[in-house]
Design a protein around this ligand. Sequence first.
Ligand code: AMP
Ligand code: MG
Length: 422
Amino acid sequence: MRDKISSAPGCADAFDPNSISLAEALDKIQQRVRPVLACERLPIRDCLGRVNNEAVKSPHNVPPLPNSAMDGYAIAIASLDQGVISELEDIGTAYAGTPFDGSCGPGQCVRIMTGALIPDGADAVVMQEQTEINAAGKVRIDSDHRVGENIRQAGEDVRQGEIVVEAGARLSPADLGVLASLGLGQLQVKRKPVVAFFSTGDELVPVGTPLEPGKIYDSNRYSLHGMLSNMAVDIIDLGVVRDNLDSMREVLTKASTQADLIISTGGVSVGEADFIKPALADLGTTEFWKIAIKPGRPLTFGQINASIFMGLPGNPVAVMVTFSQFVVPAIQALAGTSPRRPALFRARAVDKMHKKPGRYEFQRGIATLDDNNEWQVAKTGQQGSGILTSMSRANCFIVLPDDNVGVEPGDEVDIQFFDWSL
Ligand code: AMP
Ligand code: MG
């Protein structure tokens, strides 16, 4: 008689030979996901977060002509006598938008405002604070100045013909400002990827209805919707799908006619009510279904017709972890921009953390700056993958790589700040 049940690897085990590494999963996503091709021309304000289609070259110099960086006096440096204070005649004023009509000769100066064109004959601007006016109204300036002082040269921001926004760049607020500084009112961007999502589970009821025993509220569709809303995607909410093969097949078939990316939550484990894998096997192809991470090990990645499919786990924390690590790069690749790995910062651990080697772990942390302005990070209490408040209380993931075997207070760890505005 055996005295032990030989078990297949489960979620509690550190190592599972069927699971692939985080890096391998990201590679496969990159290989499989093709960017959307269609484009649209939009007013630049509507291009925030969108992906630029063709490199934008500047049609002219910015600034177009030399102008003043300060309020002060435009002069020719040759007018200044070395080692003494010179007294120059004020012959007029140059305003931003209204140039001085004339030229600045020897012994003369022009009162000038920030942004005003440099008058002919002048080659420097002396700050107002470094000048004095004498009783006769002359402007007194010492000789400690040089050619080009306080002048913004033509093209010093952007040279004519220079590329200012690369193809594939995701447009930031600064990019919109730069495009406007070139006078460009519209831009051609890639169309938004369409993302459809649904929850699975017979236990799920919608918010706002009474809860019967054994039922729970569907929270995943809300955290998912929240994360997607911060991205430049069109969202289709397909609701809750019941735990049977026909319903799964039906929703997946429908979604594949509407969306570039289909996301489900739940139903990807090995339970009797987990129908995502068999439905995907019927309708499409499966690339992988287990990743060596915690939480979030069961994650099904594949394709149905032309749509990418990502079957996230059901546990609410695992949904957010897998979204941040795998769905975000998949959406970036779909959108036509190169995925960026989230930045890691080093922080001193406040708490002890248990960790088995062989998988990546994403614990939830609260990072704060200590008295020396260095990051320290505390855990948000219980770390179970159903404890969704561990996410809402946290501001970062504590990222413990494969080879980590646990953390003692005072150890350095990597943290990844939450950034849902990608
Ligand atoms: P599953 O992978 O379907 O077995 O789900 C794993 C766990 O996550 C179960 O405890 C589910 O009840 C829970 N769960 C699944 N979907 C949701 C959801 N949409 N909202 C909240 N909890 C969920
Ligand atoms: Mg389920």
